[in-house]
Write a protein that binds this ligand. Structure first.
Ligand SMILES: Nc1ncnc2c1ncn2[C@@H]1O[C@H](COP(=O)(O)OP(=O)(O)OP(=O)(O)O)[C@@H](O)[C@H]1O
Length: 938
C-alpha cells in the first residue's frame, strides 16, 4: 500500500472534513453521478502540486474552494492532506510515512507542507520525481482522458516512457544544466564584449603608463639632483653660519668684558658722584638753612615789634568798648520797662475782647435757639393745619353720612308710626286717665292712713276688729282701683311706639346718628384746639422774630466792637514786638560788643603769648646757626677730595669706551652676516617647500652623503631636462588608470576563464545526463514496446500493436508513434480505431508501462466507460493481476469492475451539493452491503 489516506476539507464539493482511508490492491470508489468522486481525483492531483486549472476542471484556482450551496455558505479555504506509506523509501525521505498538504485561501495565498513543515512547490514536486506519481505521470488516468494517451502528439506521448525510465529527474537536471549552459554562454558573450573593450583601453593605457613611469622616473631623478644641489647650498650656508657664530661669540665676549670694565668704572664714578652730589646738596641745604635762619631771625625780630604794636592798639580799643557797653545796657533797661507797661495794657484789652466774644457767642446762641423755636412752632402750625385739613375731610364725610342717616330715620320713623298706629290724642287721654286714677288711689290711701292715725290717737280697742275689717274691705276697694290703673297703664303702654326701642338700641339707627353727632362734636373740638394752637404758635413766632431781629442788631454791634478791640490789641502787640525787636537788636549789639571785647582780650593774650613764642624761636635759631656753620666747613673739605679722585677715573673710562665702540661694531657686523645667512637658509627652505611641497629638513640627514660638486650636479640636471622634454605630452594619471584597467581586465579574464570552465563542465554534465538518459530511455522503451505488444494481444484476444520512435537517432527528442491492429483488422493509424478500441489500446500501453515500472498507486477514473462487457472482463482480470503488486483506486460505474475490487469506498451527497464519504463493508463471498441505496453492486 502506498496511498494511506486522504483528508479533504473545503475542496470543491467536500465542504466538511472528510477522510478516505485506502487499502491494498484494487479499491473501487463508488457513488452516483455528480456526488464528487472525480473531485477526490482532483484533490489528489491538487495536493501533488497541480497548477493547471484546466486539469482541475476549474477556470481559476479559487474555483477549487467550496463555493457554497443553497443551504451553506462558501468557504474561504481549501485544504487537502495526502498520507503516503514510505516503508520502502520510494520517496527520498527516511520516514515510514509522509504526509503532503496543500492549502489555498480565497485571497490566492497558497501553502505547501511536507510532514507539516512548510515547503516550496518545487520541493514538493521533487519529492515525487521518477516515482510514477506526479501531475504528468501515469499514476492518475482520468475519466475520458485515457485515449488522450493515444491522441497526444508523438513528442508529448514520450512523457510516460520518460517517467517509466525514471529519467524525469535527469531530464530536469539536464534542462537545468542546459539552461545554465545557455546562461553561461550568454554571460561569456557579455564578458567577452566587455573584455575586448577593456583590452583596448588596457593597451592604450599601458603605453601611456610606461611613458608616464619614465617621466616620473626622470622627475624623481631631477628632484634628486635638485635636492642634492639644494642640500649642498644648505650645507655651505650652515657651515658659514657656524663659523660666523663662533667669531661672534669671541667678539661678544671681548665686548662684554669691556662693558663690564666700563660698568665698574661707571659705578665707581657714579658712586663718587653720588656722594659728591649728596654732599653738595647737603652743603647747599646747609647754606640755605643758614640763610633761612638769618632771614627767620630778622623776621622774628620784626614780628615781635609788630605784635607789641598790635597789643597796644587792642588795649586802647578795649577801653573805649567798655564805655559803649555801659551805655547800651542802660538803654536796654529803659526799653524793658516800656514793654512791661505795654503788656499790661495788652492784657486789659484782651480781657475786653474775650468778654465781647462771650457776648457774641451768647447772642449767636440765642438767635439759633430762638430760630429753632420759631421753626418748631412753624412745624406745629404746619402739623395742626394738616390735622385740620384731615379733620375737615372727615367732617365732610360724616356730614354726608349724617344727612343720609337723617333721611333714613325720617323714613323709618314715618314707616314705624304708621305701622304702630301711634296717636298723640289717644296717648294724652290715657295718660290723663292714668294720672286721674293714680290720684284717686293716692287719695284713698291717704284716707286710710288718716283713719289708721285716728285709731292710734284714740287708743280704743273696742270696735278695732270692725274697723280693721272695714279697712281690709276698703283696701280691696283700693285693689280694684289699682287693677283699673294697671289696665289703663297697659293701654297707655300700648300707645308707646315700640319701634323706637330698635332706633335707640346699640346698633339702632338713632344710636348711630348719636355716634356721628358725638364724633362731629369731638372733631369740631379738635379743630378748635388746633386753631388755638396755630394762633398761639403764630403769636409766639411773631414775638420771637422780633427778638431775633434785636439779637442780630446787638450781635452786629458786638462784632464791630470785637474787630475794633482786636485791632487795638494787635496794634499794642505790634508796638510791643517792635520794642522787643529793638531790645533784641540792642542785646545783639551788646552781645556782639562783648564778644568783640572778649575776642580782643583773647587776641591781646594771644599776642603776648606769641611774642614769647617768637622770642624763644629766635633763640633756638641762633643755636642752630652755630651748628650749621660747623657742618658747612666739614662738607667743603670732603667734596674737594672726592672731585680729585673722579677726574682720574674719567680718564680711564674714556679709554675703555673707545675700545667698546670698536668691539660692538665688530659684533654687529657679525650679527648682520648671520642674519643674512639665516635669511638665505630660510629662503632655501621656503623655495624648496613651494616648489616640491615638501620640507627640505626631512632630507637633511643626507647632507653629508653628497659627493658630487654643484657643477657636476647642474650638468646632470641639464641632461635630465633634455630627456624629459623629448617625452612630449604625458598623461600623468596613466599608471593609476592603467592599474585600474589592468585589475578589471584581469578580473574579466578570470571570469572568462571561470565561465569557459563552467561551460565545459556543463557541457560534460549535459552529455553525461543525455547519455545516461538515452540509455535508460532506450532500455525502458524497449521493454515497454515488447510488453505493449503482449498486453495488446491479451486485452484484444489477438491482433498486433507496435510503438516506434519517430527519430531513432535522437532518442531523447524523438516522438513515439503507436500502431494498433485489433484482431482481424489491418494495422492502421490509431485515429481510425473505435472509442472502445482506443481505450483498450491505451490501457494496454498503461499496463505495459506498469510492467516495467509499476506506479506506487494508480487512480483510474472511469477508464472502463467505453469498454464492452467482454473487454471490461479482460480489463478487470488484468487489473486484479496488477492489483497484486500495485495499489489501484478505480472510479467506475461498471459492475464487473466493482466486482473485481477488494475494497469499496463510497461517496454520497446526502445533503445536496455536499459530498460525504461513507464506509462500505464487504460482506461474505463477494457480498457488499452499503448504507446508501445509491451505492450498488451488480
Ligand atoms: N468549488 C465547488 N464547490 C462546490 N461544489 C463543487 C465545486 N466544484 C465542483 N463542485 C461540484 O462537484 C460535483 C461534481 O463532482 P464530480 O465530478 O466529482 O462527480 P462524480 O461523482 O465524478 O460524477 P460522475 O459519476 O458523473 O462522473 C458537481 O455537482 C459540482 O457542482
Amino acid at each position: 500500500m502506498f496511498l494511506k489516506s486522504i483528508e479533504i476539507f473545503g475542496f470543491k464539493s467536500f465542504a466538511d472534513k472528510s477522510l478516505i482511508q485506502f487499502s491494498d490492491g484494487v479499491s473501487a470508489l463508488l457513488g452516483p453521478n455528480g456526488c464528487g468522486k472525480s473531485n477526490v481525483v482532483d484533490a489528489i492531483k491538487w495536493v501533488l502540486g497541480e497548477q493547471a486549472t484546466k486539469s482541475l476542471r476549474a477556470d481559476k484556482m479559487e474555483d477549487v474552494i467550496f463555493n457554497g450551496t443553497e443551504a451553506r455558505k462558501a468557504l474561504n479555504v481549501a485544504e487537502v492532506t495526502l498520507t503516503l506509506q514510505n516503508d520502502h523509501n520510494l520517496l527520498p525521505l527516511d520516514m515510514p510515512e509522509v504526509s503532503v498538504k496543500r492549502r489555498l485561501y480565497r485571497n490566492g495565498d497558497s501553502e505547501y507542507y511536507i510532514n507539516n513543515t512548510p515547503v516550496r512547490l518545487k520541493e514538493l514536486r521533487e519529492l515525487f520525481y521518477d516515482t510514477g506519481v506526479g501531475k504528468s505521470a501515469y499514476s492518475i488516468m482520468e475519466q475520458g482522458k485515457i485515449d488522450q494517451v493515444l491522441s497526444n502528439k508523438p513528442e508529448e506521448r514520450r512523457l510516460i516512457f520518460e517517467e517509466a525510465a525514471a529519467i524525469t529527474k535527469f531530464k530536469v537536471r539536464g534542462q537545468e544544466a542546459e539552461r545554465k549552459l545557455l546562461r553561461t554562454e550568454e554571460n561569456m558573450r557579455q564578458v567577452e564584449s566587455i573584455l575586448s573593450e577593456v583590452k583596448r583601453s588596457y593597451d592604450a593605457l599601458k603605453k601611456q603608463s610606461e611613458k608616464t613611469v619614465r617621466y616620473r622616473e626622470l622627475k624623481d631623478e631631477t628632484f634628486s639632483v635638485e635636492l642634492s644641489i639644494q642640500l649642498l647650498k644648505l650645507r655651505d650656508l650652515l657651515e658659514a653660519k657656524d663659523k660666523r657664530n663662533k667669531e661672534l661669540a669671541v667678539a661678544a665676549k671681548e665686548r662684554d668684558e669691556l662693558k663690564h670694565r666700563i660698568d665698574t668704572i661707571n659705578e665707581s664714578v657714579e658712586s663718587n658722584l653720588d656722594q659728591v652730589n649728596t654732599m653738595e646738596s647737603e652743603l647747599i641745604e646747609t647754606q640755605k638753612l643758614l640763610y633761612g635762619i638769618e632771614l627767620e631771625k630778622n623776621n622774628l625780630t620784626s614780628q615781635i615789634s609788630l605784635l607789641q604794636e598790635r597789643g597796644q592798639e587792642i588795649s586802647d580799643k578795649l577801653k573805649s568798648d567798655k564805655e559803649t557797653e555801659a551805655v547800651i545796657s542802660k538803654r536796654i533797661e529803659e526799653v524793658q520797662n516800656t514793654i512791661l507797661e505795654k503788656e499790661k495794657s495788652e492784657k486789659a484789652m484782651e480781657s475786653r475782647v474775650q468778654e465781647n466774644q462771650q457776648n457774641i457767642q451768647f447772642f449767636a446762641a440765642s438767635i439759633t435757639r430762638t430760630s429753632d423755636r420759631i421753626a418748631d412752632n412753624q412745624q406745629g402750625i404746619d402739623s395742626s393745619t394738616r390735622e385740620i385739613h384731615t379733620i375737615e375731610a372727615e367732617q365732610t364725610r360724616l356730614q354726608e353720612s349724617l344727612a343720609e342717616l337723617t333721611d333714613d330715620i325720617v323714613a323709618q320713623l314715618d314707616q314705624g308710626l304708621q305701622q304702630s298706629g301711634y296717636s298723640i290724642k289717644r296717648r294724652e287721654e290715657l295718660s290723663e286717665d292714668f294720672h286721674g286714677r293714680l290720684q284717686g288711689i293716692r287719695i284713698a290711701v291717704q284716707g286710710k292712713r288718716d283713719l289708721l292715725s285716728d285709731f292710734t290717737g284714740t287708743g280704743e280697742v273696742e270696735g278695732l276688729q270692725d274697723r280693721i275689717r272695714g279697712l281690709i274691705e276698703s283696701l280691696s276697694d283700693i285693689d280694684g282701683k289699682i287693677a283699673d290703673l294697671d289696665h289703663v297703664y297697659t293701654q297707655l303702654e300700648e300707645t308707646i311706639p315700640r319701634f323706637l326701642d330698635d332706633f335707640i338700641a346699640p346698633e339702632g339707627i338713632i344710636t348711630r346718628k348719636r355716634g356721628i353727632d358725638e364724633r362731629m362734636r369731638s372733631l369740631r373740638h379738635e379743630i378748635e384746639n388746633h386753631r388755638e394752637r396755630i394762633t398761639n404758635f403764630t403769636e409766639e413766632n411773631d414775638s420771637l422774630r422780633k427778638k431775633v431781629e434785636e439779637y442780630r442788631r446787638t450781635l452786629e454791634d458786638l462784632k464791630l466792637s470785637d474787630v475794633q478791640l482786636k485791632n487795638q490789641v494787635a496794634s499794642i502787640r505790634e508796638d510791643i514786638n517792635r520794642t522787643r525787636t529793638q531790645t533784641e537788636e540792642m542785646y545783639t549789639r551788646l552781645r556782639e560788643h562783648r564778644k568783640q571785647m572778649a575776642e580782643d582780650e583773647g587776641r591781646l593774650q594771644g599776642l603776648s603769648n606769641k611774642i614769647k613764642e617768637v622770642e624763644s624761636q629766635r633763640l633756638s635759631q641762633e643755636k642752630e646757626e652755630k651748628n650749621l656753620q660747623k657742618t658747612l666747613s666739614r662738607l667743603e673739605k670732603t667734596i674737594s677730595t672726592k672731585n680729585a679722585e673722579m677726574i682720574r677715573k674719567e680718564k680711564e673710562l674714556k679709554t675703555s669706551m673707545t675700545g667698546l665702540g670698536k668691539a660692538q661694531a665688530k659684533v654687529e657686523k657679525l650679527q648682520m652676516t648671520l642674519a643674512e645667512i639665516s635669511a638665505d637658509i630660510k629662503n632655501l627652505y621656503n623655495n624648496f617647500r613651494e616648489r616640491y611641497s615638501q620640507e627640505l629638513s626631512t632630507y637633511e640627514d643626507r647632507i653629508y652623503e653628497i659627493t658630487d660638486s654643484i657643477q657636476e650636479l647642474k650638468k646632470n640636471m641639464d641632461t635630465l631636462k633634455e630627456e624629459q622634454k623629448s617625452l612630449g605630452s604625458v598623461n600623468l594619471m596613466a599608471p593609476e588608470e592603467f592599474a585600474e584597467v589592468k585589475e578589471r581586465y584581469e578580473f574579466l579574464r578570470g571570469q572568462m576563464d571561470d565561465l569557459a570552465q563552467a561551460k565545459s563542465d556543463l557541457e560534460r554534465i549535459t552529455a553525461e545526463i543525455r547519455q545516461e538518459s538515452a540509455e535508460l530511455f532506450t532500455q525502458t522503451y524497449e521493454k515497454i514496446r515488447k510488453n505493449f505488444h503482449a498486453m495488446f494481444r491479451r486485452l484484444f484476444g489477438g491482433g498486433r500493436a507496435e510503438i516506434r520512435l519517430t527519430e531513432p537517432d535522437r532518442v531523447l527528442e524523438s516522438g513515439i508513434e503507436i500502431f494498433a491492429q485489433p484482431p482481424g483488422k489491418k494495422l492502421e493509424s490509431i485515429n481510425l480505431l473505435s472509442g472502445g478500441e482506443r481505450s483498450l489500446t491505451a490501457v494496454a500501453l498503461l499496463f505495459a508501462t506498469y510492467m516495467v515500472k509499476p506506479s506506487p498507486f494508480c487512480l483510474l477514473d472511469e477508464i472502463d466507460a467505453a469498454l464492452d462487457e467482454s473487454n471490461v472482463g479482460r480489463f478487470v482480470t488484468m487489473l486484479m493481476e496488477f492489483g497484486q503488486s500495485s495499489q489501484f483506486i478505480v472510479i467506475t460505474h461498471n459492475k464487473k469492475t466493482v466486482a473485481g475490487a477488494r475494497t469499496l469506498l463510497g461517496v454520497t451527497m446526502e445533503e445536496s451539493g455536499v459530498s460525504k464519504v461513507v464506509s462500505i463493508r464487504i460482506g461474505g463471498e463477494g457480498e457488499v452491503t452499503t448504507p446508501d441505496q445509491n451505492l450498488h453492486r451488480g
